[in-house]
Design a protein around this ligand. Sequence first.
Ligand code: ASP
Length: 358
Amino acid sequence: MNKPNNKILVINTGGTITMAAKASGELQAGKGEVLIELIKNLTTDLCSTIEVKPLTGADGAVIGTSDSSEIGPKHWDAMASMIISHNDDYDGFVVLHGTDTMSYTASALSFCLAQNTKPVVVTGAQVPLSKPGSDGLQNLRLALYVADQSGKSLPALSEVMICFAGQLLRGNRSRKSSTRSAVGFSTPNAQILGELFPVPTIFKEQLRALPNAYPPLNNSSLGYSDKVLSMNLNPGFTGELLLKIIKGSDIEGLVLRVFGSGTAPDDFNLAQVVEQAKNETNDRFKCAVIVTDVYNGSLDIHRYAAGKNLRSPFIIDGRDMTPEAASTKLMWVLGSDDRKQQLVKLLGSAVCHEMSAK
Ligand code: ASP
């Protein structure tokens, strides 16, 4: 039996799940009350108290969002600080979110909440709750089921996860893999954490070990830089052009998706560009993180001679990190002076299982 007083906080940031169609057919912010009523009705059989709050900033003002394309550093700070400040008041958290940037948010939150021991379940839908055929109700019910662990024989879940299409995924390993299918997310380089349909099953061996010692679960772990450029290496793109872009901007860090297992053409000497960019910007530009542009797999920059220009102490090997995890991790590391000072250590190792060991 569930504890009658178990409490779950649902933070509503918008997304398709809560949207409705305008006369033109375009989806836009919908009526949140419909959703709230729905959730209240669900509480009876989920046996928990479920509170729904809009995303609010530190000053208590609602940060209105609808499409997740709007979500960025200030929203991640707001979400994380709601979870941190209400940590003792709730047993679990559900974040309702648009699918377009859901993997970025789940990754971003995973770093500052690395030591959080309560489930944080991010979910949304491909089709609005208000429309026939919506996947939203099932996603929401299963997210609430996972967030509310009382009285269940589930192993303890204590990380930032995505619950979608009956699957439970590690947030910082996830990628949006379909714009249409109900199975909208996958973790190309990691096993899933659980299958929730038809019978909820958690794969205990996939769950993370105890949280790392860093960062502390308080507001000092917040903060994300908005000065990170994330881009693909295109055939024909030159190092000279990249250097011009970095020098002519405020960019402090670069996430570059390189070819295959870690190759780049001779005209693109990233090691040289990064060194020059550091020198010529008085160390305003800090480093580059590289990941593969291939959906599945890891970097191995020593495998091919064509990887030679990617080897430098200021180029961090992102191994099998997703581009979303690499971008948000670099934004997070550059988001505080304390973390900047530990840049090489933090970027070179996993903070919360976002990449595999070497
Ligand atoms: N454009 C929407 C969003 O990300 C897509 C969705 O939620 O599925 O907000």
